[in-house]
Design a protein around this ligand. Structure first.
Ligand code: 475
Length: 829
């Protein structure tokens, strides 16, 4: 009630009966109210989906109250704010996460029970918000949860795609893509802000004008599209703070194509107008690169321009001039995708605010920080100059000016080293001239972060070496983390309860360091037994899911061995499948008596291949044909099963991860920037079978190599192994399993030829053959460990106990302190 005392406001507050209450009866009233008046169904007759809608609206009401209070509090305190700019957010489901973070799960369950519904069943009604591809996008979602929980004054900005990441359908073992029109059933979690909208302009020409005797540039745009805000409240856990994820949708602008109206072609004019919406229609489904796509550039600029207009408006409401902009605003670039915001901020400060180059540049270079999520030089975004000039002519000029100044500064420092100057230039010369977006981001950001220690080393020594030598102080790293709220508390409630019981507190949900205290009990046989029970329950749930999805019955005694992530050559799902073939082949060739010693396995693979990535799609097909052979071989029975889980997404991960015993993170060393899947598995007590890539060596420091199965070439050995090319001897077993595929043992001989060619005949860029023997050894070590149930449980407990460093809370605190310079701003409860 604080803040509402006296006069009209107090009267209004009382009329509304204060804040919403969270006891079961109040919740029931709200749910029934929403059934009747929001969902417009009779309160005496509604189904699970309608109950889900009504519950969601009731939860959302509570989020809105907190959202208002938080924003008011931020406004009053006026702290430095962080704006997290990302083209992708993989939020997954919202209901269970919000209910958990609000701390009202028991009340909701009880309220629903009395109405004849089950909370868990309703939570399952929700579809995923899949506005992103993979790791980068899920990381953004985890980081939003930590920002809210840790009370940071932050907002996320992104695009509200109408079609999220495609749905994967498997027909006959082949991947097909279906559109994910996720808004079909409405989205109770967003709030449309019809009045928060900005004009975003494209194309046109730049002209010179003289204003007050000074020459200045004027951009005369050719097209205008309206950006409309949709707000998605992000509640913190154990705090009132609820921050905002503002996503922009493209709508026609009233200024759009006025010409056609006056010429009388009314219908065509409307049709043309509607085309504006294309900009936010669809998420690009490829997480490698999409060089030179006009729509992609327009998406990037669209969301960046709207976000900056919004940020600047908010800043100007509170401040008279731009002098303290850098003390009040931090702009985080999530990879290069939002980097046009650099040129856009410069343009606004120069052309609209008339600050002059020196002052504008001084501001710009203090506000941006850049995090890169890639390792490959080839994957770095480039935009052809011609395209840039057509879509954003004024921005191209600004980038040229920035580059000119940078080149002058660099020349003064390093002298006429033209090779290096040309490597570092923002403009790539050649048959096709390109803008190197990463170079622009590095030059204009105060900090360049990698996503793990090893990644950062690669950035410094290989990918951005020239820049590191010039500005070593700019380069930092923030090892990724994931939120324990979603990845333990929501997705594994039984483990959550067990941890709290043994630690005697739930505080670890906010203070992850406490998890380490589990180490004390790792060898306690009571805990081990309870730990095994929890795993069993989760395996049962997963086994039921597998049977529904693929018709394969699996044994709970088998080790559940899982690899779920996007399908890529570098992630080496092929190595996994060839390993499974080897296991199958070995079992087939064993005496019956030997078979008794075999540790039964269920090998589970899931993930989407980028639609245009032929080889990745062949890997999916291979998995299916191999599974077909193995799963129908009665001779092998429960000793080995292989299943592909279709349409992998966040909610599938929430089901699969808790039910896994072992998980694979087996990229060729030097290719995975960090990896975050491994951290979710760790938190859930799954052992890791991994290469020394990405964040693995930091995980080893916490868990101990003796509690993991590490194999394969090290980052520094990879270049030499590659140079050796065909002289690297792959083991005989490798030749044998590849030969089985080549010879058509599993059918589709011609189809798999090109796939086999990627790992043989001296090509094998990803070293599948070179790492094969050591992979099999690691797998054998996992088998041996699994036999000893106590030992395995102890290792499993140690995984969870050591996973605290990989909470996104830790990552965000590090960013807040060392990159963004922001402080918590806690809304009073
Ligand atoms: C890394 N996605 C992981 C994770 O830092 C890392 C690229 C272009 C366009 C759209 N999406 C992308 C990525 O680059 C990506 O997901 N990268 C991943 O970021 C978080 O843990 O190693 O591969």
């Amino acid at each position: 009630k604080a803040g509402y005392i006296g006069g009209k406001e107090e009267h209004m507050f009382e009329l509304m009966d204060g804040f919403l209450k969270n006891d079961p009866v109040s919740l029931q009233k709200d749910i029934l109210h929403h059934v009747e008046y929001t969902v417009a169904r009779s309160r005496f007759s509604f189904d699970d989906f309608e109950a889900y809608q009504a519950l969601s609206h009731s939860v959302r009401d509570r989020l809105i109250e907190r959202w208002h209070d938080t924003q008011q509090h931020f406004k009053k305190k006026d702290p430095k704010r962080l704006y997290f700019l990302s083209l992708e957010f993989l939020m997954g489901r919202s209901l269970s996460n919000s209910v958990n973070n609000l701390g009202i799960q028991d009340q909701c369950a009880e309220a629903l029970n009395q109405l004849g519904f089950e909370y868990e069943v309703l939570a399952e009604q929700e579809g995923d918000a899949a506005l992103g591809n993979g790791g980068l996008a899920r990381l953004s979602a985890c980081q939003m949860d930590s920002l809210a929980t840790l009370d940071y004054p932050a907002w996320g900005y992104g695009l509200r795609y109408q079609y999220g990441l495609f749905r994967q359908i498997i027909l006959d073992g082949y991947q097909h893509e279906q559109p994910d029109y996720w808004l079909n059933f409405g989205n109770p979690w967003e709030i449309e802000r019809v009045h928060v909208s900005y004009a975003v302009k494209f194309y046109g020409t730049v002209e010179e004008e003289v204003v007050n005797g000074e020459k200045c540039k004027v951009w005369i745009p050719g097209e205008t599209v309206e950006a409309v805000a949709y707000d998605n409240p992000i509640p913190g856990y154990g705090t009132r703070n609820t921050i905002n994820l503002r996503l922009w949708a493209a709508k026609p602008s009233d200024g759009y194509d006025i010409e056609s109206y006056t010429t009388g072609d009314y219908i065509n004019a409307i049709v043309n107008r509607q085309k504006a919406e294309i900009i936010s229609n669809v998420l690009y489904p490829d997480d490698r690169s999409y060089q030179g796509k006009e729509l992609r550039l327009k998406q990037q600029y669209f969301f960046v321009s709207a976000s900056l207009q919004d940020i600047i408006r908010r800043f100007k409401d509170a401040h008279g001039n731009f002098d303290n902009f850098p003390e009040k605003v931090a702009l985080q670039l999530n990879d290069t995708h939002p980097s046009i915001s650099i040129a856009e901020l410069m343009r606004v400060l120069l052309d609209e605010e008339k600050l002059g180059w020196k002052k504008a540049w001084d501001i710009v270079r203090q506000v941006f920080s850049f995090t890169t999520h890639t390792v490959q030089q080839e994957a770095l975004e480039k935009v052809p100059v011609d395209l840039f000039e057509s879509v954003l002519p004024r921005h191209l000029q600004i980038i040229y000016d920035i580059n000119f100044a940078f080149m002058e500064e660099l020349k003064a420092k390093i002298g006429p080293d033209y090779a290096r100057l040309s490597r570092m230039s923002i403009v790539e010369e050649g048959a096709v001239k390109n803008i190197r977006v990463a170079n622009l981001s590095i030059v204009c950001s105060h900090t360049v972060n990698g996503v793990s220690r090893a990644h950062s080393e690669l950035l410094k020594t290989r990918v951005f070496r020239d820049f590191y030598e010039l500005w070593p102080e700019k380069f930092q790293y923030k090892t990724n983390g994931v939120t324990q709220r979603r990845w333990i508390v929501v997705s594994n409630p039984s483990l959550c309860a067990l941890i709290s019981k043994w630690l005697g507190t739930e505080s670890w949900i906010r203070n992850i360091d406490l998890l380490a205290r589990l180490r004390e009990f790792a060898s306690n046989s009571d805990l081990q037994k309870e730990w095994q029970m929890v795993k069993k329950v989760n395996k049962l749930r997963l086994a039921e899911y597998i049977e529904t999805m693929s018709g394969v019955k699996v044994s709970l005694d088998a080790m559940f061995d899982v690899q779920i992530k996007r399908i890529h050559e570098y992630k080496r799902q092929l190595l996994n499948i060839l390993g499974v073939i080897h296991r199958y082949d070995s079992i087939k060739n064993m005496e019956k008596s030997e078979r008794r010693k075999v540790v039964p396995r269920v090998c589970i693979i899931g993930g989407k291949a980028p639609p245009g990535y032929e080889i990745a799609k062949k890997v999916i097909k291979l998995c299916h044909v191999v599974a077909e052979t193995i799963n129908n071989d009665n001779d092998v029975g429960d000793l080995l099963k292989l299943v592909f889980i279709p349409d992998y997404n966040v909610s599938v991960a929430e089901l699969v991860i808790p039910g896994s015993d072992l998980s694979q993170h087996i990229s060729t060393a030097g290719h995975e920037a960090s990896g975050t899947g491994s951290m979710k598995f760790l938190m859930n007590g799954c052992l890791l079978l991994a290469t020394d890539d990405g964040s693995t060596n930091e995980i080893i420091e916490e868990i101990g190599a003796e509690n993991m199965f590490i194999f394969g070439a090290k980052i520094n050995e990879v270049p030499t192994l590659r140079e050796k090319g065909s002289t690297v001897k792959a083991p005989l077993q490798f030749a044998r399993v590849v030969r089985m595929v080549r010879d058509g043992y599993f059918g589709f001989k011609d189809y798999f030829k090109s796939l086999c060619d990627t790992v043989e005949n001296g090509k094998d860029f990803y070293l599948v053959g070179a790492d094969f023997a050591s992979y099999l050894e690691a797998q054998a070590a996992a088998d041996r460990a699994y036999v000893d149930k106590e030992k395995w449980s102890e290792m499993s407990i140690l995984c969870t106990a050591g996973s605290g460093r990989f909470s996104s809370d830790r990552t965000i605190e590090d960013y807040a302190e060392n990159t963004w310079g922001i402080q918590p701003c806690k809304c009073p409860s």
